[in-house]
Design a protein around this ligand. Structure first.
Ligand SMILES: Nc1ncnc2c1ncn2[C@@H]1O[C@H](COP(=O)(O)OP(=O)(O)OP(=O)(O)O)[C@@H](O)[C@H]1O
Ligand SMILES: [Mg+2]
Length: 281
């Protein structure tokens, strides 16, 4: 079996639905594939969504998080940055990836932690550590998704270096769309720094409302990025906060069949994603 394809979900604009799409797509892919979701956002929203609080707290006391992947093992030994993290040992798949099972589907997550913020002044070469770690575990997976923070930071650059492609969640309101040229500039900067190009797998509209203005904005984006925008879109729903609170995938969180649209959208987006990966990577 071939090694996982690694795709980052990136948009330097905040709140556009990166995490919601990353978590939804990860669970959907996990129905038929071995999937790892990597949370490299110090806000650790994806981690909080997937892992319940008691499990998470026990895990960070005893095992590793993305912080250990980014930090030299010798630094973990001092416990200086990790607070209540365990004594020094090299992060491995067993100590770092949490398996979570829902409705018979298993998803692995490489959890994040708030202390990741302290890594700002990291030593040179830190940006390569995620790539090196994922190279070691990618043989165990079919897809690895990386949920990025909304900043052009060390973390986003690490994701760039570790990925085979990137996917852009876009909220089709005028302000969010204005962020697209900024994203392109940041990606160009990464390409120049690294001497590598990263293919764009596509753009996915999120939090869509069927207003005239959103419809017009979506058409503008489709015209600016011909052939790149996924056909299926994620609509604005009311259940996201409840699904997060219940640590449940949005698509399974169907109290009284409240969210059939999102469930179907995610199934279709997943199919488009798999097709694009097969054709483009
Ligand atoms: N389809 C949706 N329907 C309703 N609310 C949504 C939807 N998608 C996302 N949201 C809400 O919008 C907010 C931002 O979503 P999300 O956290 O996925 O964005 P993000 O791009 O990951 O944000 P950040 O830049 O902070 O990482 C959250 O409060 C989330 O619950
Ligand atoms: Mg997020």
């Amino acid at each position: 079996m071939s090694a996982a394809k690694i795709v980052s979900l990136i948009n330097m604009k905040g709140g556009v639905g990166k995490t919601t799409l990353a978590v939804g797509l990860a669970w959907e892919l996990a129905k038929r594939n071995r999937v790892l979701l990597v949370d490299i956002d110090p806000q650790f929203n994806a981690t909080q969504w997937i892992v319940d609080a008691p499990t998470y707290l026990t895990w960070v006391r005893q095992k590793h998080t993305i912080l250990n992947v980014f930090m030299p093992t010798s630094m973990s030994a001092s416990g200086a940055s990790t607070g209540n993290q365990p004594a020094a040992s090299k992060p491995t798949d067993k100590t770092t990836l949490i398996p979570v099972k829902k409705n018979g589907t298993t998803l692995h997550i490489l959890p994040s932690i708030l202390d990741l913020m302290k890594l700002d002044a990291a030593p040179r070469g830190t940006e390569n550590r995620l790539r090196v770690f994922l190279e070691k575990v990618r043989g165990n997976f079919d897809y690895i998704l990386i949920d990025c923070p909304p900043t052009a930071s060390l973390f986003s650059y690490s994701a760039f270096l570790a990925s085979d492609a990137y996917l852009v969640p876009v909220k089709p309101d005028p302000l969010s769309v204005l962020g697209l040229p900024l994203l392109e500039r940041a990606m160009l900067d990464y390409e120049e720094r690294s001497g590598q190009e990263l293919p764009r797998l596509g753009l996915v509209f999120t939090q869509v409302r069927p207003t005239e203005s959103m419809t017009a904005t979506m058409q503008q984006v489709r015209d600016s990025y011909p052939g790149e925008v996924f056909q299926n879109t994620i609509h604005q729903t009311t259940g996201v906060a409840e699904a997060v609170e219940a640590n449940m995938p949005l698509q399974y969180f169907e109290k009284g069949g409240k969210f059939p649209e999102v469930k179907l959208a995610l199934t279709n987006i997943c199919a488009e994603f798999v097709k694009r990966v097969k054709e483009q990577l």
